[in-house]
Design a protein around this ligand. Structure first.
Ligand code: PNS
Length: 170
């Protein structure tokens, strides 16, 4: 059964409707999907949400999908896969521009371990969607309500307000 168990990795800072599109489609294609939230301590200052916050938001959203679980991971994704007997990584592709880097990572991961990467084209409505852009647009007051689940939008709005207050206090 391990061949039908896949990992959907990412930073998810925060999770967007584009991520959920890929996770939900993976959950229909495979028996079990592990959403793996990358914890890179050297990047923690760049993150808007802590690893625990990112995991908790994903857990609430993925509760709708009985075959999806969420875990944090540090270190190599291939080690995470090997430790759990997972043989495939699912990645969404938004545009051709994603492909170069994703191909490089897929080939590196398959050279490190016996782990394949399966690419899923994202739905066209999400082809422009990236967590980094959502954060930037929201920071400057743009409407991102159609791009995130309501609970994530709420957390994002709160966090940006906290940041703005902290910046004013500087
Ligand atoms: O959402 P992101 O930021 O594109 O996710 C990137 C992520 C977490 C999937 C990637 O950085 C990753 O796999 N990190 C784990 C470290 C690792 O295995 N690096 C080698 C990749 S070839």
């Amino acid at each position: 059964m391990s061949g039908r168990r896949v990992v959907c990795p990412g930073s998810f800072d925060p999770v967007t409707n584009g991520h959920i599109d890929i996770i939900s489609r993976a959950s229909r294609l495979f028996d079990e999907v592990v959403v793996a939230v990358g914890i890179n301590k050297s990047k923690s200052r760049e993150r808007l949400f802590t690893a625990d916050e990112r995991i908790s938001m994903l857990e609430k959203i993925c509760a709708d999908y009985p075959n999806v679980t969420v875990q944090g991971f540090e270190g190599l994704l291939t080690t995470f896969c090997q430790e759990r007997g997972i043989q495939a990584i699912v990645k969404g592709l938004r545009a051709v521009s994603d492909f170069d880097y994703e191909l490089q990572m897929a080939q590196m991961n398959s050279s490190l371990a016996d782990v394949e990467t399966v690419f899923v084209p994202c739905s066209p409505e999400y082809s422009f969607l990236a967590s980094s852009l959502v954060k930037e647009v929201a920071t400057f007051g743009g409407d991102v309500s159609g791009l995130l689940p309501p609970e994530v939008l709420e957390r994002l709005t709160e966090r940006l307000a906290e940041r703005a207050r902290a910046d004013q206090g500087d």
